[in-house]
Design a protein around this ligand. Structure first.
Ligand code: GLY
Ligand code: MN
Length: 473
């Protein structure tokens, strides 16, 4: 947790954004996986954590925008809880840790809501994403659980985005810790990517590093020799010489700040000539679009810059053809790069995404593209100092997409389909870094993780002790 004034400062800033009604921030409940007492690792809601700091279930935060009053609703633990979970600080003590002087039993929340509603006051809340929270909010507000999301406060969404999208030095330091953990995760994966290894052995090892040094991974690990599948969570393949392993993984630390890094590793430690050619194009797209990252420019520009580098590179090796500007405008690169350059990063790995991607990544000046591929760009708007974002270009050879585009006669003037056919067994390459937008430029966060062909090969040439347990795979 941060010092207590950080939380009251954040709430005070929020109070400056909205001047009527009250805000209700429910904490996340426990999430159960196979029977009620068997729960997943507890994960607090990131917005509750930002304003109220407490990393436990059973609370609701209340901010009255008119009187300025702040209340933490929650119950002190009872003897049964203490027997199973140990002693815990009182609600009042926990509230003081985040500079809140008033606490009430959770059961009182319903009276406060009824009272506010009876006076016609607006109750601002953010869109819930967990079923239990939807049901509870529905009961408290007297609406159907299905309608709750539609009643979420746009003003509160916009205010929270405005505050949280700018990371202060303390937050950047937290994200940087998560990137340091990712350094160990990724360099370990590089050393383990040997022929004969099962993807699961590497995925499990690096997930363990995240758990050992911080918290759980910040999202389910993507680790596959079938890197052409963008979010591949299957880890059953056995690594063979000549393939590449895409590892997209990050850590979350106790403060909930996270990292999100991707590296692509040649199995056995050496890229083939064909792999190296594509790798260098992706790396150039990553390096050049990072170099161009600075405040006042739309992130969509960086996305387009990366896309242009990809077109030029693929044209250079005969996979694309024709006029680069026309290909870019038509979106021909989306056959190979069918996703966005990046997203905001913070407490959520896709930061603030539960509030609605268009509120986070777009605004009244920058509207989301409807073009295939480019529509997946999660962050398009103008950058401000304090934004932390990912830069993650990639080139993929997705057989089903190649077949579809070819059959439909898509981008015939820009794609050399006969040559592309010969790459259907290639897989994919993605490279991702976490970037802070500074006052005049940018900074890549964390200790550098091997990224050039030479550095990846050098690390992948090393090994990490491993034993094969007979009969496990
Ligand atoms: N690293 C996973 C994602 O950005 O979606
Ligand atoms: Mn990412």
């Amino acid at each position: 947790m941060f010092e207590k004034h950080i939380y009251s400062d954040r709430r005070n800033r929020l109070k400056k954004e909205i001047n009527e009604g009250v805000a209700l921030f429910p904490s996340n409940p426990e999430a159960t996986f196979n029977y009620p007492a068997n729960t997943y690792h507890y994960r607090q809601d990131s917005q509750f954590s930002y304003f109220f700091g407490i990393n436990r279930p059973g609370f609701a935060g209340w901010i009255d925008f008119e009187s300025g009053e702040e209340i933490l609703f929650g119950n002190d633990v009872e003897i049964d809880d203490i027997i199973w979970m140990g002693t815990q600080p009182s609600v009042a003590d926990q509230a003081l840790e985040v500079n809140i002087g008033k606490t009430l039993p959770y059961s009182k929340l319903v009276d406060f809501i009824k009272n506010a509603l009876s006076k016609g006051r607006k109750i601002h809340f953010l869109p819930p994403y967990r079923g239990e929270v939807m049901i509870e909010l529905g009961q408290l507000l007297g609406i159907s659980a299905h309608e709750v999301k539609a009643h979420a406060s746009i003003n509160l969404i916009k205010a929270v985005v405005k505050l949280k999208e700018i990371k202060d030095a303390l937050e950047v330091a937290e994200i940087e810790k998560a990137v340091e953990i990712a350094w160990l995760m990724h360099t370990t994966a590089m050393k383990m990517a040997k022929p004969g290894m099962v993807e699961q052995e590497i995925a499990g090892t690096i997930e363990g590093i995240s758990l050992a040094l911080g918290g759980p991974v910040s999202f389910p690990i993507i680790l596959s020799v079938d890197g052409q599948t963008l979010h591949n969570h299957n880890h059953h393949n056995i690594l063979t010489e000549g393939r590449m392993l895409v590892v997209d993984a990050g850590a979350e630390i106790h403060s909930l700040y996270s990292s999100d890094i991707t590296r692509t590793i040649p199995v056995g430690g050496k890229f083939s000539q064909r792999q190296k050619e594509i790798y260098e194009i992706v790396l150039k797209a990553n390096v050049e679009s990072i170099a161009a990252t600075k405040p006042g420019h739309e992130y969509r520009e960086m996305h387009m810059l990366a896309a242009r580098t990809i077109i030029e590179g693929l044209k250079g090796i005969g996979l694309m053809k024709g006029d680069v500007d026309e290909a870019l405008l038509a979106g021909a690169h989306t056959l190979f790069f069918p996703h966005g350059l990046g997203h905001m990063l913070g407490m959520d790995v896709h930061d603030l995404e539960s509030l609605g991607e268009n509120y986070v990544g777009y605004d009244e000046h920058t509207k989301r593209s409807s073009q295939f591929g480019t529509a997946y760009l999660r962050l398009g708007k103008k950058l401000k100092p304090g934004f932390v974002l990912t830069n993650e270009p990639g080139i993929y050879f997705i057989p089903a997409l190649i077949d579809k585009f070819r059959a439909e006669g898509m981008f015939k003037d820009f794609i050399n389909y006969d040559k592309v056919e010969t790459y259907k067994d290639f897989g994919g390459i993605r490279i991702e870094d976490d970037i802070l937008v500074t006052d005049t430029s940018h900074r890549i966060l964390g200790k550098p993780i091997p990224k050039t062909v030479a550095d990846v090969e050098t690390t992948a040439a090393q090994s990490r002790e491993w034993i094969k347990v007979k009969g496990v795979f």
